[in-house]
Design a protein. Sequence first.
Length: 231
Amino acid sequence: MTLMQPYFGRGYNVSTDNFFTSRDLACKLLEKRTSIVDRVRLNRREIPGSAKLKLHESTFYESGPVTLVKYQAKPSKTVLVLSTQHAGAVCQSDGKKKPESVLYYNTNNCGVDMLDAMCRLMSTTAACRRWPLVVVFNILDVAGINAWIIYRKVTGSSMSRRDLLHQLSGELVRAATANSNKAVDLTQVLESRVNCQVKAQCNRNRTVAVCECCDRPVCGKCLAKVCAICK
């Protein structure tokens, strides 16, 4: 909703990843004069259960302004498309009797699928049972693609995404190494012990170390925080 804020009230249609598509989101967008047409995950709680459909058969469900179609695209593939722009109509497409919302999705909403395919091609994802890490991996993948697109647009470069990610990872590693070395060489030694003036992690401990950035006496506990005042 925050990302779409500048486009509300103009009659736009939005497509989201199927992680986020839901009836609640569709109703909130519709209040802002914005429609949605996108696929829905089969494991959503609001999805009504039904018997398995025949090939190229459709079932329509309505809940207020929201229309959900369940379409059997292949013998082992069921497609769910949620729409606030289409009613329950079926069109003949190569004899497959595809619903209007499915045809609209296939024609116009290729960006999300293309992004997912690019993420799978070069991904940071690792085997993990903790869902927060899965979200972080996905954020890294999407951020890498966005950085590549912006870099090419701004610089006019034709660098491949693989080369850019390789260069970016090397720069991040070097930056982390430089910061750790800086934390080690941050202090100089005094002739006598004085009270710590940083007090980020202590209660005025006695120390002989001084922060080279702010010239304040700093103890080991506060130094571990890379001198909170300078930070």
